[in-house]
Design a binder for this molecule. Sequence first.
Ligand code: GLU
Length: 439
Amino acid sequence: MTRVRFAPSPTGHIHIGNLRTALLNWLHARSTKGSFLLRFDDTDRERSRQEYIDGIKEDLAWLGLDYDETAFQSKRIEKYNQARDLLIASGRLYPCYETSEELEKKRKIQRAQSIPPVYDRAALKLSLSDRERLEAGGIKPHWRFLLDQKPIKFHDAIRGDVTIDAGSLSDPVLIRADGSYLYTLGSVVDDLDFNITHVIRGDDHESNSAVQIQIFEALGGHAPAFAHHSMLVDEHGGPLSKRLGSLSLRGLREEGYEPGALLCYLAQLGHGEQIEPTAHALNLTKGFRLDRLSKAPARLLVNELDQINARILAGLEFEEVAHRLAPLENMSELWPVVRGNITKLQDVEKWHDLLFGPRVVEKPEADLLFAALDKLPSMPFTQETWSSWTAAISQATGLKGKKLFMPLRLALTGADKGPEMAQVLPLLGRELVASRLGG
Ligand code: GLU
């Protein structure tokens, strides 16, 4: 059975980039009838917060991305201690005593000599008495994993065959000087314990995966399959602007994006197949395959997201949105008339103001409006009233097409484009129409 996990660090809220990771994992789990684990990588005690744990759960619930299990790395320290002992016993984990300033100095020198800034393993040469002396001086070690410096090869479901030369990487720190674990080790131990079959994450983790493959093996296990998806970029191929890139899901929600629009858009990015906008996440599993994703960076275009948002809103019934609309009069009649002409839900309020609010006629076309008022039929107004009425005005004034319709639309709705006038007329009613025409 497929088992995947989404592993946010609760040091902030989910943003659009990690939402894509969550969604791809969820889609893979749901389209293969597998299981989806939500794992909080919360070993960084200083930066992890309960409010972010709650916030991430709330955001996933808002999106409709359900999970089958939850795990917290902070509750699994015992397991990491066992792995630590095993790696120390097999000589793959060694203590280091350099301060971050010393390490930075070494890197500076390496760069000046055009040598890659890879850790020089100086700590491996320390004798037992050197270490005792350092520790007696109050220095606590951090611990590095001894990489086997050979090419690491793996098959990536998105990127194809990947080779990373371990000789070009520093031995990764797995335990900080304060004894806390970095996610690098915890993640491998968890992936083994939870029988994770696929690790799906951003391609910024590609070299971590190479390192982790060696840790999986050093712990006597096998690495799961990997799929590294590309990063999101802006329309020019550059990094996402600060506004979009750092925009949390709750920020997008406040801006008026529908959860379905975010999911559809993110599910569509990175492959050529169009997805029919849907408010129901499970519909997105149809045809989902990791290997259809391109390894090229995925362009995030706000206008495309807006279009999908608009299409989703156009398909919603009043009952589905009523609780989120401002409690204004006529909303249930207004909704079906304007839902095809809004980008965000709150645009309904603008239409409400335009159609029902006090307004002066913007471009009074005296003759036309006078004829319109004269020919205005009596109630009730139906869907047919608009065409019979405008035919009568046309006959009286000789005006046709745009010259006839545009001033009327402007006078009645306050905008030069918008909902079907045939629907607007019955919505406004005779009294309001007459007053808009100057009557
Ligand atoms: N906590 C890690 C991150 O947010 C998880 C990476 C992974 O999926 O293994 O980057």
